[in-house]
Design a protein around this ligand. Structure first.
Ligand code: NAP
Length: 522
């Protein structure tokens, strides 16, 4: 497929009237063809109005139609496979195996949502029979309306144009308007065309999917302001997520913003675990820290351990593992500059000491891994140490004893993940105290694993209290992500034949429903 540098609106490719910009290959520093032209406010208005019109038809399509659309997008992405992966490699510097895995995951995610749509549990069909003076009341979830999606730079496929936000919004029957990430515009166009083709072959209105292009904030801000948009999905920086949340809250009609932002993903190393397997833990940790240049939202940026000989041995082992790690290309010069500024800040911080550096970079967009050490007292005295440094850096916080470790846990900001390494007998008491604290801090708590690697499944929570996300009640990965784009409606004394199928007496969709308080298939 020829990448043209255009936006995707109304079933067509549309050239923007704004400034031209180019994708940059972060490995070579070279600009890549073609030029992408930014859109303007008229493009935003057109895409949003088409989304508004499409919503009325799309939301009333059958579950099967929407499931088939998601499957068709997955197949189209797979058909674009090698081209998509090669363009993404060039635009992001990420390695082929990583991107091939990400493509497979993106397709799997779309197919999982197809299954979710067909099963219909998300409709939450609930029926309360009339009784005495109480009326007949029936409830189901319905779609919010058109959703604006902002893709992330670090997952050009799975968290971008055809990623989890788009899949879950389309599953919920919401049209999607994507603002493509300027760090991978060509990848975005290929994925966007795969969606556009699937919408067209399903005979659905063009406004079900649009993609806008920009390399600044204007289009994104305008999109969030547009009255047709009813919710926003975002993955990226804390500043970006907060800025878009403010715009959404200040609209005449405020709308929800589901922004996944920043997390340091603390890893607690308990004494029994360090004694039992310190060296293997050091290698596993170094792998988790440095994979894809540390550019994971679940990267372990904070480690907590109690002072002692086993902790000292672990520090030596992990330092040795980090020293040998090659430097790796980051996604963009901007992200690289932010990483350099982040580790310079840690280098200059009172009470923080550098333990190890990875191999010196050979080119300007490469990051070297960095490992720091501080004390729990210094950590508790300076909140800045908690700030995410996006990339392969981590701070080990040394605690005096268990109580000190719990005090640090209690002082943590909201996190996507929190991990405890524990020997199941020796560390049981402290591990359970930590779990009780950490479930209030994080969306996912892990025992004896590493936080990188997020399964796409029904029980996954990829979310957490602020600042990991703007709304800790939800998840952006897994089947539960569909709930972000739904709201409940109750139907009181509505005649059976006027009710939506999900709520009709005969249960034509064959759903599991909550009937007078009991879960029944009928
Ligand atoms: P970003 O700068 O927040 O950008 C994400 C998307 O939002 C881009 O399309 C960007 O458009 C747009 N955007 C950002 N701020 C905006 C604003 N104020 N108004 C309107 N649109 C806005 O994130 P990024 O480029 O992916 O990475 C930058 C930093 O984000 C990283 O260094 C890292 O700290 C963090 N990050 C976190 C995660 C995570 O999973 N938590 C993932 C990736 C990155 P433009 O680029 O065109 O402005």
């Amino acid at each position: 497929m020829t990448i043209t540098g255009e936006m995707l609106i109304d079933g067509e490719a549309v050239t923007g009237n704004g400034d031209a910009f180019y994708a940059l290959n972060p490995t070579t520093g070279a600009q890549m063809e073609p030029a992408f032209r930014s859109g303007g406010v008229t493009d935003v208005a057109r895409a949003c109005e088409l989304g508004r019109q499409a919503f009325n038809l799309y939301r009333n399509t059958s579950l099967e139609t929407r499931a088939a659309l998601l499957e068709s997008i997955a197949s189209n992405l797979e058909a674009a496979g090698n081209e998509l992966v090669e363009r993404a490699m060039a635009e992001t510097g990420l390695a082929r195996p990583r991107l091939e895995g990400e493509l497979a995951r993106t397709a799997r995610q779309l197919r999982m949502f197809a299954g979710v749509v067909r099963k219909g549990h998300w409709l939450n069909a609930t029926l309360d029979s009339a009784s005495g003076a109480a009326p007949d009341l029936r409830m189901r979830m319905i779609a919010l309306g058109p959703v604006a999606v902002f893709g992330a730079s670090n997952f050009p496929l799975a968290f971008s144009v055809a990623g989890g936000d788009t899949a879950s919004a389309l599953a919920a029957a919401c049209p999607v308007i994507v603002k493509a990430h300027p760090a991978h515009p060509g990848t975005s166009e290929i994925a966007g065309r795969a969606i556009q083709a699937a919408v067209a072959s399903a005979g659905l209105p063009h406004g079900v999917f649009s993609m806008l292009v920009d390399h600044g904030h204007a289009i994104g801000e305008e999109l969030v302001r547009h009255s047709a948009i009813k919710a926003v999905g975002f993955t990226g920086s804390r500043s970006g997520g907060i800025a878009l949340s403010r715009i959404a809250a200040n609209r005449p009609e405020p709308i929800p913003v589901y922004a996944e932002m920043s997390s340091t993903n603390p890893v607690f190393l308990l004494p029994g675990a360090l004694r039992a397997g310190g060296v293997q833990l050091a290698t596993g940790f170094a792998d988790s820290l440095t994979a894809s240049a540390g550019q994971f939202c679940t990267n372990p940026g904070l480690v907590l351990a109690i002072a002692g000989a086993d902790t000292d041995a672990w520090k030596l082992a992990v330092s040795a593992a980090i020293v040998g790690r090659p430097a790796a290309t980051m996604l963009t010069p901007g992200i690289h500059a932010a990483y350099e500024a982040g580790i310079a800040r840690l280098d200059g911080m009172h009470g923080v000491r550098r333990l190890a550096h990875g191999v010196t970079p050979a080119s300007s967009c490469q990051a070297r891994a960095a490992l720091y050490e501080t004390t729990a007292d210094a950590f508790l005295a300076d909140k800045q140490i908690q700030n995410e440094v996006f990339g392969p850096s981590s701070v080990i916080v040394i605690c005096r004893d268990s109580a000190h470790m719990l005090a640090v846990a209690q002082a943590l900001e909201g996190q996507l993940t929190a991990t405890v390494h524990a020997e199941l007998q020796v560390d049981a008491a402290l591990a359970q105290l930590l779990l009780s604290c950490l479930e209030l801090k994080a969306g996912r708590v892990l025992i004896n694993g590493f936080p990188t690697g997020v399964e796409v499944c029904h029980a996954m929570v990829h979310g957490g209290p602020f600042p990991s996300t703007s709304d800790g009640r939800t998840t952006s990965v897994g089947a539960g992500a569909i709930d972000r784009f739904l709201r409940p409606v109750c139907y009181q004394n509505v005649p059976d034949s006027w009710l939506p199928e999900a709520l009709q007496d005969a249960n034509p969709l064959n759903l599991w429903r909550l009937k007078d308080g009991e879960r029944v298939n009928g």
